[in-house]
Each structure stands twice: as structure tokens, then as C-alpha cells.
Design a binder for this molecule. Structure first.
Ligand code: SF4
Length: 330
């Protein structure tokens, strides 16, 4: 591991100023991913700026116009078990509790969950080429072992997937990410926060260097009547998703008024297809309609040698989870 300096930031202004002045500095909150990356020599910051003591960023509070603000430093476990989250956004609670382990959820921050890096094996192996770790070096996964990799939105540069469960629910809820940085404050709609790899897979998201996530806002609508989260993985706990699906439905008079379907484990970002959700509007929540939506979501899916099974697995998972959200299985 490289040597690095360690400082604690007292407020967001000091934190962002320290980071902005040093291209090789990084913020640290829970450290559940960053410390692993440092131990494996994948991340080599020369300075860590600890943001844990910034007052107020660990709060979960109601918003004046309805909705909920999740502090970036609130822990994943505290968020999942927060009474308001459980009542109004049970899809988010379920998704968070499907991720990692109890110990990691106790430590991991909400902001850090959004910023976690891919679990592609080659990304963690510094002896192999990886465009995400070292731009221009190549992608070992494309011709290598790629069972956990992307079937949607991949590029010739990178076929990695984004590993978060929490973010699938945040995408379904159309959360907004609040940022502060050297250029001031801004808010990013969740769909625009993570990005596809293109020819710059080293960038996972649209944050600029020096910017800090301060909170995540949830809108008033939480789909707390008809929702389901399904995570399919190799072990029943402490494993990343091969396929995950977050579904929220609003049903009125027996038809779908609003549908949100977000898939995890399939792409470089939570995967959402607006056309499929629009197709479901004013339709009955039937197997046939969910089958059509699943086909639309998976349109253009391409498997590599070891992950072709994901296409059919995802199709079945989407249909099953949508039926589950519509309470068809009760
Ligand atoms: Fe690196 Fe992406 Fe290829 Fe994995 S899939 S080896 S992260 S470039």
C-alpha cells in the first residue's frame, strides 16, 4: 500500500477545498470499498480526507414539500431501518438489506453506496489489463472469464457491471443526488448520476473531482403498496447480484397507473427502460403484459461467453418480480 496523509474535514467547504486542490486525494466515509481497493493497490490516493465528522450529513429528515432527505453519511443499516423509509419506501429498505452483510451495512454510508466500484475480478487484479483501472491497457474480461459481466450497455472498452442494490431502488424511486463542490451546489437526477462505460470506463459517474455528495432526496411517491425486490446470486447472502430487479407499481381500478422497473447486475448503471414502463401504463398487471415489458427492457442484450445465461435469467426475474409487485402471488 502507498503512503498517504490523513485529515479530518470539519465542514463541506473545507472538505471540497482540500480535495479540489489535490487530484490524488479522496474522501473517505465508511471506507467499506475504498480500503479494499487500497489494500489491493487498485486505489492509490496520496491523501484521505475523512468526512465523517461533518455535522448534519448523517440525518434523515422530511422535506417541506413531501418526500425524504437521506444524508450522505447516514449508514445503510440506519437508512433501511428508519421508520419513515420502512413505511413510505419499503422498496428501498428491501434493496439495502439485500446488499452486502449486516456488518458492512452498519458501516457503509449512503453516499459511498453510490460511489462503490465494480467487482469485476480483473479490476481488482493489478497484474491484468483493465481499462477502468488503467485507461488504454485493454479489457481482460471481454476475452476472459465474464460470468458476472454486462449484457446491456457495454462497450468495446469495458463490460463491467455496477454492483449496488440500494441504487436500483433509488433509480426506481427517481431520487435526486445533491452535490456540493468548488463550483457550488447542484442536484443530479438519479438516472443521470451513473454512466455507461463508452470509451471512458474509468469514470463510473458524472461527479467532478472535488465534488461531494451531501444527500439524496426521495420524492413523495414511494410505491409502498405494490413493490418487490428480487436479487438472484450465487449465495443467499454477502454476494453481488447476477440479476436484480426493483419494481414499483401504482395500481388504480385494476390497471397500472405508473410502473418503475430497474435491473441491477446487467449493466454499468442501474438499467431502466422508459418505453417498457410507458407500455405498461393503463394495462392490466398480467403475465402477458409483463412478458412484453421484459422483452422491451432486454432489447439489444448481448451475452459474452460465460454470461449468456443472464439474458433468460433476467427475463424470468423481471416477469416474476413484476407479478410479485402486483401481488399476483398472494
Ligand atoms: Fe476492467 Fe471493465 Fe474490462 Fe473489467 S470489464 S477488466 S473493469 S475494463
Amino acid at each position: 500500500m502507498n503512503s498517504f496523509t490523513y485529515t479530518e474535514a470539519a465542514d463541506t467547504t473545507a472538505a471540497t477545498a482540500q480535495l479540489a486542490g489535490n487530484l490524488h486525494a479522496q474522501f473517505i466515509a465508511g471506507g467499506t470499498n475504498l480500503l479494499d481497493l487500497m489494500k489491493e493497490n487498485v486505489a492509490r490516493p496520496n491523501a484521505l480526507i475523512d468526512i465523517n465528522k461533518i455535522i448534519g450529513l448523517d440525518q434523515i429528515s422530511t422535506l417541506p414539500g413531501g418526500g425524504l432527505r437521506l444524508g450522505a453519511l447516514a449508514r445503510n443499516a440506519d437508512t433501511a431501518y428508519n421508520e419513515l423509509v420502512e413505511q413510505q419506501y419499503p422498496l428501498l429498505s428491501k434493496a439495502i438489506l439485500a446488499g452486502a452483510s449486516a456488518q458492512l451495512r452498519n458501516m457503509a454510508s449512503n453516499g459511498g453506496n453510490l460511489l462503490q466500484r465494480t467487482r469485476c475480478y480483473y479490476f481488482y487484479d493489478v497484474n491484468t489489463p483493465c481499462n477502468k483501472r488503467e485507461p488504454g491497457s485493454g479489457c481482460s474480461a471481454i476475452g476472459g472469464y465474464n460470468r458476472i459481466h454486462a449484457i446491456l450497455g457495454a462497450s468495446e472498452s469495458c463490460i463491467a457491471v455496477f454492483p449496488s442494490d440500494m441504487c436500483n431502488a433509488l433509480a426506481a424511486l427517481e431520487a435526486v443526488v445533491n452535490i456540493t463542490g468548488p463550483a457550488g451546489e447542484r442536484a443530479i437526477p438519479f438516472a443521470d448520476f451513473h454512466r455507461l462505460p463508452g470509451d471512458e470506463p474509468q469514470f463510473d459517474n458524472t461527479l467532478q473531482h472535488g465534488e461531494l455528495i451531501t444527500s439524496i432526496d426521495l420524492p413523495e411517491t414511494g410505491f409502498n403498496q405494490n413493490y418487490a425486490y428480487l436479487k438472484l446470486r450465487d449465495r443467499t447472502s454477502y454476494a453481488f447480484a447476477l440479476v436484480a430487479v426493483a419494481t414499483g407499481l401504482e395500481l388504480k381500478d385494476g390497471v397500472i397507473a405508473e410502473a418503475r422497473i430497474v435491473c441491477g447486475g446487467l449493466a454499468h448503471k442501474p438499467w431502466r427502460k422508459k418505453e417498457a414502463e410507458d407500455f405498461l401504463k393503463s394495462k392490466t398487471p398480467s403475465r402477458e403484459n409483463f412478458e412484453t415489458a421484459a422483452e422491451m427492457i432486454l432489447e439489444g442484450a448481448v451475452g459474452f461467453k460465460n454470461n449468456e445465461f443472464k439474458i433468460e435469467l433476467a427475463r424470468r426475474a423481471i416477469i416474476r418480480n413484476c407479478l410479485s409487485a402486483a401481488n399476483f402471488n398472494k
